[in-house]
Design a protein around this ligand. Structure first.
Ligand code: NAD
Ligand code: DAU
Length: 350
């Protein structure tokens, strides 16, 4: 094998698409997927590639310092693509400490292991930290997040991600650890845990349940199909410059309510419902505390320097996504049992 790569969080939503892309595109690499398999991690996401010769799964916690050190000794990694995280803003509001442990302490454990095991020779090594646009805070009605926008995180989730970004840069600056960071906007697509807006609402329509729109629904997000994010990660890993940051976005802003209405129209068509049926489920509920008003990415750096662009038009990506959830109802049913039901009642009151 030419290279051995550690991908953390590979059983989660984005991580599983990144693992699949690397396993299929680079048969000469050994891909080690490390995941704790929290409620958000699901090996079913990778059932199509789990028997590949160049793929290994390791169950473990990035917070466990000794486990991480032994893993680095076992595999002699050339690179790390770090996606493992607690990723849901609402959960960070009720349980911030889980986010500090995994997102901050876990990231620093990985940085230490990379620094200690690679320090003899940093050449051909790379620590790639996958981050979010939420570190930049909330935008007014105009303007875009640039790579140079000052950090201004507003939620416990985004604060933990911002902190981990700072630690990655600090390890580059202080110890010479080669690194890249990318900050991406909202992803959508297959295998996203149904706590996030789109899969939650698709599942609720399917079950004829209310669609809980936070506040006035006029919050704006910039949506990107998950496979386009995975392609960007591949490009940045192989062609990105040391110590650089790349913003990744869909050039695709929607207010939540407009997005939900388009999704309702597509769901009615797919389910053969009368027009307007799904929209009737829209229910305005109490706002998320500290809810960021608007995110929007200026992705010109990755477009100009690495020739990356989103490949899918949004309506097409949305249709593909809805179709995937409707064709994989067993997947949703499997992940929405047990703890999920308790979470749902705590979050939405019914
Ligand atoms: P996810 O919640 O779907 O998956 C996270 C994965 O990490 C899960 O498989 C989980 O089991 C694993 N994990 C959690 N804690 C762990 C621990 N302590 N040790 C080992 N594994 C652990 O998240 P996602 O949406 O796929 O996000 C992946 C990464 O991308 C995160 O770092 C997130 O901040 C970032 N990101 C997400 C989005 C988005 O829209 N979802 C956008 C930009 C950036
Ligand atoms: O911007 C990138 C970020 O996008 C990632 O870093 C996060 O990991 C990811 O979870 C996502 O964060 P958001 O908070 O934007 O995603 P979420 O799907 O939770 O919410 C999208 C919007 O929809 C947001 O404005 C809140 C709103 N919303 C969400 C839920 C779950 C509702 O109105 N009702 C809901 O029930």
């Amino acid at each position: 094998m030419k290279k051995t790569l550690l991908i953390t969080g590979g059983a989660g939503f984005i991580g599983s698409h990144v693992v699949r892309l690397f396993v299929q595109k680079y048969p000469e690499y050994k891909i080690v997927n490390l995941d704790k398999l929290t409620y958000a991690g699901n090996l079913e996401n990778l059932s199509d590639i789990e028997d590949s010769d160049n793929y290994v799964f390791e169950k473990g916690d990035i917070v466990d310092k000794q486990f991480i050190q032994l893993l680095f000794e076992k595999y002699d990694f050339n690179g790390v693509i770090h996606l493992a995280a607690e990723s849901h803003v609402d959960r960070s509001i009720t349980n911030p400490m889980d986010f500090i442990m995994t997102n901050v302490v876990g990231t620093v454990n990985l940085l230490n292991a990379a620094k200690n095991n690679w320090s003899e020779n940093f050449e051909d090594k790379l620590f790639y930290h996958v981050s979010t646009d939420e570190v930049y805070g909330s935008l007014p009605e105009t303007g875009l997040f640039l790579e140079t926008t000052p950090y201004d995180p507003q939620s416990p989730y985004s604060s933990s991600k911002a902190s981990s970004d700072h630690f990655v840069r600090a390890y580059g600056n202080t110890y010479g650890l080669p690194f890249v960071i990318s900050n991406c906007s909202n992803n959508y697509g297959p295998n996203q845990f149904p706590e996030k807006l789109l899969p939650l609402f698709i599942n609720n329509i399917r079950k004829n349940k209310e669609l809980p729109v936070y506040g006035d629904g006029l919050f704006t997000r910039d949506w990107l199909f998950v496979e386009d994010h995975a392609r960007a990660i591949d490009l940045i890993y192989h062609k990105g410059k040391n110590a650089e940051t790349y913003n990744i976005g869909g050039f695709n802003e929607w207010t939540n309510i407009d997005l939900i209405k388009v999704m309702c129209i597509q769901m009615d068509e797919i389910l053969g419902n009368e027009k307007g049926t799904s929209e009737q489920l829209i229910t305005y509920v109490k706002d998320r505390p500290g809810h960021d008003k608007r995110y929007a990415i200026d992705a010109s750096k990755i477009k100009n320097e690495l020739s990356w662009e989103p490949s899918l038009q949004f309506e097409e990506g949305l249709q593909k996504t809805i179709q995937w959830y409707m064709n994989n109802q067993q997947w949703i049913d499997n992940v929405t049992t047990g703890d999920y039901q308790k979470y749902y009642v705590e979050q939405y009151g019914k």
